[in-house]
Write a protein that binds this ligand. Structure first.
Ligand code: ZN
Length: 188
């Protein structure tokens, strides 16, 4: 497992009985990477019990979680590789802005269902991950007469894939039947 970012940032809150995670002081908008690969169990926007926009990736009996994100570039059910950019740091959910604007990465490691200290899992012998190119994020501006199905058809050739677009834009779309001309939608 690698650290879920490139470079070094301070730990702003360590692992304890009350905080079974590590907070890394990533400035707002820093690229967050998969600490290890495999299946995206969830990638969701919202309050999420205070964790904000969050992603979970499962590899065997382990799961890594990335919370308080500002951007999410992956979707549930997708397979990702270690070091892949999966989102950007932010301060969504419950964040106390003690350090600067409050942006940080709350990073958790579940091992066989138990929250463990992530620092014990990082592979210190592995080199710093290469700065792979940023995944290009596509955006689409809604025009009159558009529906999510029409946009899904346009991009994926399959109208039934509209939930992919819906899930990637939950911060903007409250009701899947209501999108408005001029809205800028992320196309995953
Ligand atoms: Zn935390």
């Amino acid at each position: 497992m690698i650290k879920p970012f490139v470079g070094s940032y301070p730990i702003t809150q360590g692992f304890s009985g009350k905080h079974k995670a590590i907070d890394f002081g990533l400035p707002c908008g820093t690229e967050v990477r998969a600490a290890e690969g495999d299946l995206v169990v969830f990638a969701r926007f919202g309050w999420n019990r205070g964790y904000g926009n969050e992603i979970a990736i499962r590899r065997g009996a382990r799961e890594t979680r990335y919370c308080h994100l500002s951007e999410i570039y992956v979707s549930e059910g997708q397979w990702v590789k270690e070091t892949q950019i999966i989102g950007k740091s932010g301060r969504s959910g419950f964040v106390i802005p003690i350090f600067g604007k409050g942006c940080h990465l709350h990073f958790e490691v579940f091992d066989n269902g138990l929250l463990r200290n992530p620092l014990e899992y990082f592979d210190t012998t592995s080199p710093t991950p290469p700065a792979t190119p940023t995944i290009e994020v596509r955006y689409y501006t809604v025009i009159r007469g558009d529906t999510l199905s029409i946009i899904a058809k346009k991009y994926y050739g399959n109208a039934n894939l509209w939930p992919k677009i819906y899930n990637a834009n939950r911060d903007k779309i409250k009701n899947a039947n209501l999108i408005y001309p001029g809205q800028n939608l992320r196309i995953p």
